[in-house]
Ligand binder design. Sequence first.
Ligand code: DGL
Length: 258
Amino acid sequence: MTSNAPIGVFDSGLGGISVVRELRQQLPNERVIYFGDSANAPYGVKPTEEVRRLSFDIVDKFAKEGAKAVVIACNTASSAASKQLREDYSLPIVGMEPALKPACDRGDGKPQHVIVAATPLTLREKKFTELMDRFNATNVIYRQPCPDLVEIMEQGHIGDHDLVMTTLHRYFDDYDLSTIDSVVLGCTHFVFYRDYFRELLPESTAIIDGNEGTIHHLRDLLAANDALADDGAKGGVELRNSDTSPEMAERAERFLSE
Ligand code: DGL
């Protein structure tokens, strides 16, 4: 059996478009409705309860529209709400977490020095603490909140090289970066900053994100539910945003097609 119903994907704003891009590559026949909640961004500096409420409102709309699955393309909303959402909704819900496992696995037994860059909410929540507990004994893991990177992107300043590099230096200059094996981009917005991180970090430091693994997981879940789209189905993306300004629509289109 197959299903040509849409997949609902959401984030606090534009960051989750990096996940949609991966989805388009791996599952080109799927129809996606993307909702960016830019009017309420950033989520990462809000109280957990508020992010949970915002996430429930979005998933509720997806469910009413007949989405066959939901991807929370946001580490922050996943930390705040994925468990509760799965308890309340019967449709498959794929969440995200910082890709700490692939970062630590790269060592093949050799202890890894890893910086996890994410939002303050993601890094303080139980979900991340539990993840960190699995790898902490044999690796050295640093949590680095980078909330301003979300604001810079939402406000349309990601092309401002000086602003971005100054911000990155503010967050990372206290580390001896030559000792760091990898930096995990634990926020979907940060994936769009990959070239800037490359400029900041020594060549030997890997930059890791969780987008590919998230879409693998989605594909497995859809397959297990007999809900993949037909091979011949015409996939596509409908972009929606709670900030309905033409500037935001233009930014979203640009990030999708970049
Ligand atoms: N893109 C989101 C994430 O992956 C968070 C951005 C925000 O703070 O709103 O965590």
